[in-house]
Design a protein around this ligand. Structure first.
Ligand SMILES: Nc1ncnc2c1ncn2[C@@H]1O[C@H](COP(=O)(O)OP(=O)(O)O[C@H]2O[C@H](CO)[C@@H](O)[C@H](O)[C@H]2O)[C@@H](O)[C@H]1O
Length: 481
């Protein structure tokens, strides 16, 4: 089976969040299931710098205001189709905005172009690669499915994966005329969304199947509390919706071989983590006093609930822990965390920025990782934590609820606990969970059992990829039936 994936981000070429980890790892795991994927990605500067250009397979004299082409490339074991459109994608800054974080005003045009080209390929524009199925990720790729549905490849099976319902790609009605879709598409069951145009909405409406990245989030997004305005549509499509938990790249994230660690280790040599802990303490300016060392590695946004944590930080420090925070995002939150670090010098350390290597070292050296998200479609950092013996302390929501087994009395007695869960959005509940973790940490043998139990979990992509492969096969069978 041949699959066309369409995504704005793919690890290791371009990444702003967990979406890239998924689109970078899934094709490789799917190949082991006999499924060949080619991934269409925008030619951002970071992408073009990582690949060798080749003869264009497709050319556009005028794609939304400039010349564009698609060429094939290979990188990190991935088969890529790169949409080279300098007027749309070759800009300094991030993939969605300028260096100051302001969204590009023409994002609607940039990702309409991506979708338009995706649908052309679905329709057979590259004769040597006519996909059996198209799989798009998030709002930036979602319009592919609207272009397919309204003419180009209406009977090619399709899947949309929602990595985060908070990002919807909502634009004014004025753009519709420039999308090149038929007038009929500007309707309630088309791309129209609260009077404007909704890219994610259009994709959810057009997709043959919808997936999201955990079973609990799949249920949550059908409710007004988590549905972000799309719950009605999601509930309507409940029969076509599945939750498939993300895997992680267990080769990149392997404490036995990880080159970013000061000392590698296994479940049998947990003591070796001490060298990593010391390196973290030094990097974050923390005292070396043997007290529990917790960490946060996160985008600093409302979703992640770190404002709730910042609100109880004094209590957390008073309970005896030290905290190392790596993250960037919301300026007010960055400020609050830096202020806490100044207030609790030696006990709280903050590094503002994005540092992949340091995130590995933290997982390899800290005792626990705090993830107080308000909502979390899947979450990857708790999975890295499990694999590295960095015990996750998580809000009971979405994929966090599905992947961490709370260390309650029964789970501890049965030896199956892998972390700690607490009620989301409650500073009080977070403090309580941290205190439970600190108490557990005081019994080194029991703590090591929790660590080892997490390290035993099968977090590889193979299990999840098998579920995607089953879904793909069932959709392709439906087409031919
Ligand atoms: N400052 C920093 N330095 C270094 N590394 C950093 C970092 N900040 C974050 N990261 C890394 O970025 C990734 C974040 O992944 P998450 O799944 O936690 O969240 P995200 O919300 O981006 O993804 C969305 O998509 C993914 C994929 O489906 C879902 O798991 C998730 O719930 C959903 O919100 C991890 O690999 C993490 O280590």
């Amino acid at each position: 089976m041949q699959v066309l994936a369409v995504t704005p981000e793919i690890y290791p070429l371009i990444k702003t969040g967990g979406l890239a980890d998924v689109t970078g790892a899934l094709p490789i795991a799917l190949a082991r299931q006999g499924i060949a994927t080619k991934t269409l990605v925008p030619g951002f500067p970071q992408v073009l710098a990582a690949v060798a250009p080749s003869v264009p397979l497709l050319s556009y004299p005028d794609l939304h205001g400039g010349k564009a082409s698609v060429f094939a490339a290979k990188a990190s074991g991935l088969d890529l189709l790169i949409l080279d459109a300098p007027h749309l994608f070759e800009r300094a800054g991030g993939p969605y905005g300028d260096a100051s974080g302001m969204d590009w005003p023409d994002n609607w045009r940039r990702f309409a172009a991506l979708g338009f080209v995706g649908a052309d390929i679905a329709e057979g524009a590259i004769p040597a690669f006519v996909p059996d199925l198209v799989h798009v990720h998030d709002w930036q790729a979602a319009l592919t499915l609207a272009y397919m549905r309204y003419g180009k490849a209406a009977d090619t099976p399709s899947v949309i994966t929602v990595h985060n319902l908070a990002f919807q790609g909502r634009f004014g009605a004025g753009i519709f005329a420039e999308l090149g879709l038929p007038v009929a598409a500007m309707s309630l069951d088309g791309v129209e969304y609260y009077g404007g145009v909704g890219y994610l909405k259009a994709g959810l409406q057009a997709a043959w199947a919808i997936t999201t990245v955990s079973p609990t989030y799949a249920v949550e997004i059908g409710t007004p509390e988590f549905g972000m305005g799309l719950d009605g549509l999601i509930a309507q499509r409940a029969e076509d919706l599945t939750g498939i938990v993300n895997g992680i790249d267990v080769d990149i994230w392997d404490p036995e071989t990880d080159g970013q660690l000061k000392a590698t280790y296994s479940a049998k040599t947990l003591k070796a983590r001490a060298a990593n802990r010391k390196a973290v303490e030094e990097r974050f300016g923390l005292v070396h006093d043997g007290s529990p060392l917790f960490c946060v590695v996160s985008r600093l946004t409302w979703q992640k609930g770190l404002d709730v944590m910042a609100g109880v930080l004094d209590e957390l420090v008073a309970s005896g822990m030290r905290l190392a925070v790596l993250g960037s995002g919301d300026a007010a939150l960055e400020g609050a965390l830096l202020a806490a670090a100044a207030r609790h010098s030696g006990r709280v350390g903050v590094v503002i920025g994005y540092d992949e290597g340091l995130s590995h070292l933290m997982q390899g050296g800290c005792d626990a990782i705090l993830i107080p998200s308000r909502f979390e479609p899947c979450g990857l950092t708790q999975l890295y934590g499990l694999r590295y013996g960095c015990v996750p302390i998580v809000a009971r929501t979405g994929g966090l609820a599905d992947t961490v087994i709370d260390a309650n009395e029964a789970a501890l007695a049965a030896g199956v606990a892998t972390g700690f869960q607490f009620e989301p959005e409650s500073g009080h509940a977070l403090v309580h969970a941290v205190k439970r973790a600190i108490a557990a940490h005081e019994a080194p043998k029991a703590w090591a059992t929790i660590q080892r139990q997490g390290m035993k979990a099968d977090l590889s992509w193979d299990r999840s990829a098998a579920k995607y492969a089953d879904l793909y096969r069932s959709l392709v069978a439906r087409r031919t039936a």
